[in-house]
Structure formats: structure tokens, C-alpha cells
Design a protein around this ligand. Structure first.
Ligand SMILES: *Cc1c(COP(=O)(O)O)cnc(C)c1O
Length: 388
């Protein structure tokens, strides 16, 4: 089975087993405290001197957060994990832990728009150079990463969902001593585990599929012990973007249904890919499937499609009854995001404009409603939305 563990257990069996450890409780308690006290002077001193690992202060360590971090480390087959207050806190804290003025970051094109703004608006003025490259360049140019400190990758990338052969890029990066970071929010560890392909660090927006219920904003980073230790000591502690215990509780709850949810998202996505591909008004369907690159074993419910010029996109959006209009994705409810709206977003650093996305593209987040109901809604809206 695609999601089998080396030990023979599926990822969900492993997650259920790992969620215990609180005196027999199957769900972790929410340890809602800022600080932890010590029984003796010696225990306190040992902790401050680094001779014990007992929790001290929730900015850096909390048992509810640790329960989620341990699950994520297992799910991604990494040694350690660290939770953050948002996906952007995870991304910025990861990058800032490893780059210095004068360093260069090589980034995939069509990167998540706020990661792009982080690089352009915040890091560039601090003297960090950022260059953007296509999938083909990353895969085929073995010297692309020469002199590059960090490669910032998404596979698939945002809106256009182009996939990258992560093992090939990791091999190039190792030769040049470049650190590799992959945003795995789209695939989740159920469908792709970049660390097993040689990637150094995985980051997630846990606000999406990991949470799964559109009720949390959170992030997480998974990597080897040394890399996570550096992020924890440096940017978690000093920038302070910690994950809250209550959010960690919700995430632990969300992770338990990750498998069934992702399989349902995939089933609906397969229905949409088949029917959209055959629809006369649809000129492209952007949705990578299993094995479109080595290591990708499933299709999530986030995809894009391109419509021909006969479709009035605002009219289509307003005719939808089940799909709702909004940003984000990965929850129960289905959503549509017309790129026309993203392209019109205010601000000079607009990645959709920079990398060139057609305003005929719609992004769909297919939720957990019945696939045939969703298709009936979408098809009906499409058939009533001819330009007048
Ligand atoms: C949403 C998202 C992020 C940012 O995560 P937040 O939790 O909103 O901060 C990063 N990467 C991808 C691919 C996303 O979709």
C-alpha cells in the first residue's frame, strides 16, 4: 500500500498509537499554562543548565504541542518537529534560521504568494538575494544551486500545481551543500514524504489538510534533530511564533482523520478531473495525480482549471450554491478562488502577476461533500454562465 510504513503499519494506525501517553488518555489534555515550576533548586538549575529537558515555558515547550510535534515527526518520517502559530511563522522561522546577509535563496516559480512577499519585502532589504527558477531548471541544471544557501521548493507549486522531482533536486543540492526546504501542505505526509526523498526540511501550513476543519491557523516544520534544534533555539525562541496548546489539540484531533479525509478528497478530485477534462468549456485541468513525479502517491482536492472565453467568471462564481468563495483550502467545505481576484489583489509584490497566471483560471478546493452533488453544482453554474 502506498501509505504503508517501513514497520508495516499504515500512517493512521501509527498516529492512533502515538497519540497516547497521558495516563491512558487517548486524546492529549490541553495544558493551558505559561510556565512550569520545579520541585527543587537542583531540578530548576539542571533545567536551566540544559541537563534536563523538562518543560520550562510555553513559548518553547508545552506537552500538548509536543504531542502534535511527535505525531508530525512520525508522519513525515523525520527525527523531530516544531509547531508554529501559522504556516508563515513556520516558513519565516525556518528560512531565517539558516540565511545570512549575502546568501542566496533559489526559489521555485509560482511559490505561495506570502512566501514570495517574505522573500521580496522582508529578506531582500536585509541583503539576502532571491532568484526564481522553473521546474525544468531545478531538475535539469545540475549547477543551478552552485553557491546557493537554501533552495525553497513546493511540489506541486501554487495555483498552477507543477510538480518537481524532489529526489533529483535533493541530489543536486547535496553536491553544492545547499539546504533544501519543501512546503508539503498540498500532498500531506499521506501522499508524499519529502524527507524520504533526500529533502532536508519539510514545512506545512497546518491550517489546511492537517487541521482539516477550517478552524485553526497553524504551522509545523519537520527535519533532523540538529536542524530542528537550531530552529527551536534561534527563531522559535527569539521570534516567538509558537503554536498554542489549544491549536495543537485541534491539530492532533485533525490528524486522526487525515487518511479518510485525504482519500475522500482524492475520490472527488478524480471525479472532477475526469469530467472537467471532457467539458467543452474547460481548456486545461491542473491537478497532478499519483506518480506524476517519483514519490507522489495521491491526488489532493486542491486543483485549478482554465475556462474558455465564453464563460463569464463572476457570473459562474455567483451561480454556485455548494461551492463558497474564499481564500485558504483543505477543510470540509468546497471553495472557489478565481485568479482574477488574486491578480487584482493590491500591493506591488504580486506573485501571480510576476509568474504569469491567466485570469481564466479558477482554483477549486474540493471538500468533503458528496462528489456527485459538487459536480452537479459546478456543472449547472458553468452551463448558466455564458458571457452575454
Ligand atoms: C496557506 C499556505 C501557507 C501559509 O500558511 P498559513 O497557515 O496561512 O500561515 C503556506 N504554504 C501554502 C502552500 C499554503 O497554502
Amino acid at each position: 500500500m502506498a501509505d504503508a510504513e517501513p514497520g508495516g503499519y499504515s500512517i493512521e494506525t501509527m498516529l492512533a498509537a502515538a497519540a497516547s501517553g497521558f495516563g491512558g488518555a487517548v486524546a492529549p489534555p490541553i495544558v493551558q499554562t505559561s510556565l512550569f515550576t520545579f520541585d527543587s533548586y537542583k531540578a530548576f538549575e539542571d533545567r536551566m543548565a540544559g541537563r534536563s529537558g523538562d518543560p520550562l515555558y510555553t513559548r518553547v515547550q508545552n506537552p500538548t504541542v509536543a504531542a502534535f510535534e511527535n505525531l508530525m515527526a512520525k508522519a513525515e518520517e523525520g527525527e523531530a518537529a516544531v509547531g508554529f502559530a501559522s504556516g508563515m511563522a513556520a516558513i519565516s522561522s525556518t528560512v531565517l534560521a539558516f540565511v545570512r546577509p549575502g546568501d542566496r535563496i533559489a526559489c521555485i516559480e509560482h511559490v505561495y504568494p506570502d512566501a514570495y512577499r517574505l522573500f521580496e519585502r522582508l529578506l531582500r532589504p536585509f541583503g539576502i538575494e532571491v532568484t526564481y527558477h522553473s521546474v525544468a531548471d531545478f531538475q535539469q541544471d545540475p549547477d543551478l544551486l552552485k553557491g546557493v544557501r537554501l533552495a525553497y521548493l513546493e511540489s506541486p507549486n501554487s495555483v498552477v500545481f507543477q510538480t518537481l522531482d524532489l529526489a533529483a533536486v535533493a541530489a543536486h543540492a547535496r553536491r553544492h551543500g545547499t539546504l533544501t526546504v519543501v512546503d508539503n501542505s498540498w500532498a500531506t505526509p499521506l501522499f508524499q514524504r519529502p524527507l524520504t526523498l533526500g529533502i532536508d526540511i519539510v514545512v506545512h501550513s497546518a491550517s489546511k489538510y492537517l487541521s482539516g476543519h477550517s478552524d485553526t491557523v497553524a504551522g509545523v516544520v519537520v527535519a533532523g534533530t540538529d536542524l530542528i534544534g537550531r530552529i527551536r533555539d534561534l527563531t522559535l525562541t527569539l521570534l516567538g511564533g509558537k503554536l498554542a496548546p489549544f491549536e495543537a489539540f485541534l491539530l492532533t484531533r485533525g490528524l486522526r482523520t487525515l487518511g479518510p479525509r485525504m482519500r475522500q478528497h482524492q475520490e472527488t478530485a478524480n471525479v472532477f478531473v475526469d469530467r472537467l477534462s471532457a467539458h467543452p468549456k474547460v481548456t486545461a485541468v491542473l491537478s497532478p495525480g499519483p506518480n506524476s513525479v517519483p514519490g507522489l502517491t495521491g491526488r489532493s482536492g486542491l486543483m485549478s482549471l482554465e475556462l474558455d472565453a465564453s464563460v463569464d467568471i463572476p457570473r459562474l462564481a455567483d451561480a454556485l450554491k455548494l461551492f463558497r468563495l474564499g481564500v485558504s483550502w483543505g477543510g470540509f467545505e468546497s471553495l472557489v478562488l478565481p485568479t482574477r481576484i488574486g491578480l487584482a489583489q493590491a500591493g506591488e509584490q504580486n506573485s501571480m502577476q510576476r509568474f504569469g497566471v491567466s485570469d481564466r483560471v479558477l482554483r477549486l478546493s474540493l471538500g468533503l461533500e458528496d462528489p456527485n452533488d459538487l459536480w452537479a453544482d459546478f456543472e449547472a453554474a458553468l452551463s448558466t454562465s455564458a458571457r452575454s
